[in-house]
Design a protein around this ligand. Structure first.
Ligand SMILES: NC(=O)C1=CN([C@@H]2O[C@H](COP(=O)(O)OP(=O)(O)OC[C@H]3O[C@@H](n4cnc5c(N)ncnc54)[C@H](OP(=O)(O)O)[C@@H]3O)[C@@H](O)[C@H]2O)C=CC1
Ligand SMILES: CC(C)(CO)C(=O)C(=O)O
Length: 310
């Protein structure tokens, strides 16, 4: 199976690198600077479950993409999505399947609009990884899983084939018959964690120590869950309880990558993770007051980034 991984960043570099090391036919679609870095230093993964050093990983840039691939794994940030879609379009043929790993949901609609709904799987990954200043992928804990499935919940031959191809490639793989529900649940958790830690400028433990902190996090989780329910994906009881416990744990040092990105002056997925949830909530007349405050806060940060020197 010919696999094109779009982006060799924290997610794509990690999973693509593991697949490559396991002998899968993987090529990374990259932009010029990343291509140069990979040619010079190779793909380096630093991980508590095992480092990898892959000299000369196969890369291609958009102007050289000529053939269709069997599987396109999409791992760009949401703010790069429109550009990435244009970049990998030449790799999508009649039999190509697209497996996106972005957080949020809106990318599914954008991909379906461009390539046809039947080409697009649902997908998500459980990992915490980042790209160091030297270009190496740093895996921050021991979780590394990828889950995907048909959006209509069927167990199609193609998801079985992809599951077989990715199994044994050095990370956990699961084919799901309820991938949209899983994606919504992850979105609820992430929007609540990213929203609260970014707005309150600290970790969950500090928010819990603050007057009104517990009520704020519970309120945000309630709003996000309300939007999901109004969109036909009410969070399951066990998921909700687990998430509520995790997001309200006294002394927890938990933060979201969005909080850390803000600290580093980096770009964030404000529209994809919070703005889109807010929009869907408004359309369904769900209470979204706290989400609105979070969104305004994040958009203010983005406005400030625009006039700060790089
Ligand atoms: N990192 C994590 O722990 C997790 C991330 N996610 C989600 O996964 C998605 C990806 O995140 P992450 O990997 O952290 O992001 P990164 O910024 O680390 O990686 C994204 C990569 O996509 C590349 N890219 C963007 N546009 C193009 C293009 N047109 N052509 C080729 N390459 C392109 C970027 O290239 P360049 O280097 O040129 O900028 C970059 O290397 C996000 O939606 C995120 O929310 C989900 C779970 C965990
Ligand atoms: C799920 C979680 C919290 C794991 O890193 C995440 O995706 C993020 O922080 O952006």
């Amino acid at each position: 199976m010919r696999i094109l991984v779009v982006g060799a960043g924290a997610v794509g570099g990690y999973f693509g690198g593991r697949m490559l090391a396991a002998g899968r036919d993987v090529t990374f679609l990259v932009r010029e600077k990343r291509a140069q870095r990979l040619a010079q230093d190779g793909l380096q993964i630093k991980s508590p479950v095992g480092d990898l050093s892959l000299p000369n990983p196969p890369t291609v840039q958009k102007q050289d993409l000529q053939q269709a691939y069997d599987l396109v794994i999409l791992s760009c940030k949401a703010y790069d999505l429109a550009d990435a879609i244009d970049s990998f379009a030449a790799a999508v043929g009649p039999d190509t399947t697209i497996l996106p790993l972005l957080n949020g949901m809106q990318h599914l609609d954008m991909l379906a609009a461009r390539f046809g709904a039947e080409k697009v799987l649902g997908g998500q990954c459980v990992i915490a990884s980042t790209v160091d200043a030297d270009g190496a992928i740093r895996h921050l804990n021991t979780f590394h899983g990828m889950t995907f499935g048909e959006r209509d919940g069927t167990e199609s031959p193609r998801v079985k084939a992809i599951g077989q191809q990715l199994a044994g490639a050095g990370f956990d793989v699961a084919v799901s018959t309820a991938i949209l529900q899983s994606m919504w649940e992850k979105w609820i958790m992430l929007a609540s964690l990213a929203g609260s830690t970014s707005l309150m400028r600290s970790n969950i433990g500090d928010i819990m120590a603050a007057s009104g902190g517990l009520e704020f996090v519970n309120g945000l989780l309630g709003e996000a869950s309300g939007v999901a329910a109004a969109n036909g994906h009410a969070p399951g009881g066990p998921f909700f309880e687990r998430t509520r416990k995790m997001l309200t744990e006294t002394g927890s040092t938990l933060t979201a990558s969005m909080f850390r990105d803000i600290g580093n002056g980096a770009r964030i997925e404000a529209d994809h993770i919070i703005g889109d949830l807010l929009r869907r909530g408004r359309e369904a007349a769900v209470k979204t007051d706290l989400l609105q405050v979070v969104y305004t806060h994040l958009k203010t940060y983005e406005a400030r980034l625009l006039h700060q020197p790089a």
